[in-house]
Design a binder for this molecule. Sequence first.
Ligand code: C5P
Length: 279
Amino acid sequence: MIRIEAHAKVNVFLRVLRAREDGYHDLASLVLPISLADIVTVQPARELRVDVRGRRAEDVPPGGLNLALIAALALAEASTGGMGATIEIEKSIPVAAGLGGGSADAAATLVALNELWECALDAGALADIGARVGSDLPALLAGGPVLVGGRGERVEPAKVERLWWAVVTLDFPTRSPDAYRWWDEDGGNTGPSPWSILDAAERGDAETLGPLLYNDLERSVVRRHPEVGEALQALTQAGALGAVMSGSGPTVLGLARDEAHANEIADGFEGSIVAHGPP
Ligand code: C5P
């Protein structure tokens, strides 16, 4: 049996550069894994199956092809390893929330099955398979903060000192194809060069970083879902150093000075989560 923590991610900044011919968008983003995690366990079995358990299991749409299963099938196809395994996912990361939960589970599944099936694929080969499964996988396979480019397949390690976040989830999902399409429809705004963000993140300087956080998808999601804008405003009013939407939303993040400050902010938001990143 192999057990791996599948960490959620937040986007410290997310810059959408352009729409591409293939339907994706070129991005630049600082992807930060956080302490919030699902647990992925794999064990040998005759067939391939995925069991989702835990307090958020019922949020996973039934009948849908789980991304972890797609990852397992892609690995089986790319290697000469075994085909069978039971993949158990203990779900804590909110689903379709912009926190990369499904991608994190799929990334952890690739790593775990590579070991269980003795495929002996190196990190580069796993990232190539991951990129075919989903744009967030290469970043989440890296196992630390990364600067992401291309549609997500270009990944380089970044230095980030521990940052504390109040993670406020909203009770509706947003789908990434919608968020990117809305960005197109709204004329495609692109945020500033991120060098000052990278510098503040590297120093763990939350006071400087707070007002610099941005996500190019945010404005278009807020237009369609005013609740997201209200949550961002409420986070600022609650004393967050900065507030930003994560990924394609709808989760919003409040940056805090430290753990106590993150708890203080989170207290005002029912069901919110305090997390730090890197884990
Ligand atoms: O790669 P993934 O399956 O996660 O992407 C889901 C959808 O999100 C894509 O089909 C596309 O509409 C959008 N997307 C994008 N540009 C990216 C990543 C995702 O347009 N870099």
